[in-house]
Ligand binder design. Structure first.
Ligand SMILES: Nc1nc2c(c(=O)[nH]1)N[C@H]1C(S)=C(S)[C@@H](COP(=O)(O)O)O[C@H]1N2
Ligand SMILES: [Mo]
Length: 327
C-alpha cells in the first residue's frame, strides 16, 4: 500500500507548489494559520496519532486520478447551499440554510476509535495541517431522485484511517454526526422519529476507496454549516444520505454498524445504498433524476447511472454480490 506512505519530509517539499499554496490559503481563510492556532499545534503533538506529524504525500494532480473529477456543469453554489437535507435542523429543504448557523463548529474534534491500534482524537487544526487538500468535482445523487455536481475540497478518508492503523478485525467503519439539542432544532422536534445522533457506515474497503472523501470545503471555501461543517463524508457512488455531515466520531468495527435510515425503514433504505437505476425505491422509480437547478418548467431530468457513473472505479468492490439483495 505504498500509496498511503507517510513521508519523512515536509509536505511543502513534495507537494506541487500551486497545491501547497492553495492549501495555505485555505487554512488562512479558515483562520488556522493565525498565531494562536500555530502555537496550539506546536504544543499539541501528543494529541496526534503516533505515526508521526508529517502530512501524507500528495499523490496526484489536484483533481485526483482519472475519472475522479467530472467536467459536467457545476451546480451553482447558491442551489447547493439553499436546497439541503440536514434533519438535525428540520426536514424542510430550506431549514438547514435557515438554522444551521445555530451550530457551533469551533472548536471541533473527531474521535477515532474501535478496532484501531492507535485510537485518538484529531482537532480540525490537526486535520488541516496533516492532510493535503485537493478539489474533486463529484456528482451527488439523493435517494429522493434529485442530483447535483459539487466541487468539494477534501482528502481521502483512507489517509486518515491509515494513520490510526485499523486492526485485522476491522471490517466496517461507523460514523456519527454531532448531536447538540440546544443548537439543533430538528433534534428537538416532536415529529422527528430519528434516534440521534445521525449514524452512517461503510464496509472498510468502501471507506478505503480513493473516491471516498472527507470534505472540509466546497467551491474553494470552507464548508457552510448547512452542508456539514466543518467536515463531512462524501461517497459519490452511493445515495446522498450515506454522505454523513458534521462528523465527530469514526469507529472501526467487526460487525456491520446500525445506520440511521436503515433503522428507520430497512425495507426502503439498505446498508449499501449504491446508486442503481434498476433497483427502485418501494415508493418511486430510481431510473431518472432531476439535476439541480430544476424547476417545473425546466425539470432537467436525466437518466440515473449505475453507481452514479462511477462504475469503472467501484464495480470491483461488489463482484459476485447480488445488488438487488444487497441494495
Ligand atoms: N448528519 C446528517 N448528515 C446528512 C443528512 C442529515 O440529515 N444529517 N442528510 C443526508 C442526505 S439525505 C443528503 S442528500 C446529503 C445532502 O448533502 P448536501 O446538503 O450537502 O447536498 O447529506 C446527507 N448527510
Ligand atoms: Mo438524500
Amino acid at each position: 500500500m505504498a500509496q498511503f506512505r507517510v513521508p519523512p519530509i515536509p509536505s511543502s517539499e513534495i507537494t506541487p507548489e500551486s497545491v501547497y499554496l492553495r492549501r495555505r490559503q485555505f487554512m488562512q481563510a479558515a483562520g488556522l494559520l493565525a498565531a494562536p492556532a500555530l502555537a496550539g499545534l506546536a504544543s499539541d503533538v501528543n494529541a496526534r496519532p503516533a505515526t508521526g506529524g508529517s502530512p501524507l504525500e500528495f499523490r496526484d494532480a489536484a483533481s485526483g486520478p482519472a475519472g475522479f473529477t467530472t467536467d459536467e456543469a457545476r451546480t451553482p453554489r447558491q442551489d447547493v447551499t439553499s436546497y439541503c437535507n440536514f434533519y438535525e435542523f428540520g426536514s424542510g429543504k430550506d431549514d438547514p440554510a435557515k438554522y444551521a448557523h445555530e451550530m457551533s463548529v469551533d472548536p471541533w474534534s473527531i474521535a477515532v476509535e474501535g478496532e484501531v491500534a492507535r485510537p485518538g482524537k484529531l482537532t480540525m487544526e490537526d486535520v488541516l495541517s496533516r492532510y493535503d487538500l485537493e478539489e474533486r468535482v463529484y456528482r451527488l445523487r439523493c435517494v429522493e431522485a434529485w442530483s447535483m455536481v459539487v466541487p468539494w475540497v477534501g482528502f481521502p478518508l483512507a489517509a486518515l484511517l491509515k494513520n490510526f492503523e485499523p486492526t485485522s478485525k476491522a471490517r466496517y467503519v461507523a460514523f456519527e454526526t454531532l448531536y447538540r439539542r440546544d443548537e439543533m432544532r430538528g433534534t428537538r422536534s416532536f415529529t422527528s422519529t430519528i434516534d440521534w445522533p445521525y449514524r452512517e457506515g461503510l464496509r472498510l474497503d468502501e471507506a478505503m476507496h480513493p473516491l471516498t472523501l472527507l470534505a472540509v470545503g466546497m467551491y474553494g471555501k470552507t464548508m457552510p454549516n448547512q452542508n456539514g461543517a466543518p467536515i463531512r463524508l462524501v461517497v459519490p457512488w452511493k445515495y446522498g444520505f450515506k454522505s454523513i455531515k458534521s462528523v465527530v466520531r469514526i469507529r472501526l468495527t467487526e460487525k456491520q454498524p446500525a445506520t440511521t435510515w436503515q433503522d428507520l425503514n430497512a425495507r426502503e433504505y439498505g446498508f449499501y445504498s449504491n446508486v442503481n437505476p434498476d433497483v427502485d425505491h418501494p415508493r418511486w422509480s430510481q431510473k431518472y433524476e432531476r439535476r439541480l437547478p430544476s424547476s417545473l418548467l425546466r425539470p432537467n431530468r436525466i437518466p440515473t447511472r449505475l453507481f452514479n457513473g462511477y462504475e469503472d472505479q467501484v464495480a470491483g468492490l461488489y463482484k459476485g454480490m447480488d445488488l438487488k439483495k444487497y441494495f
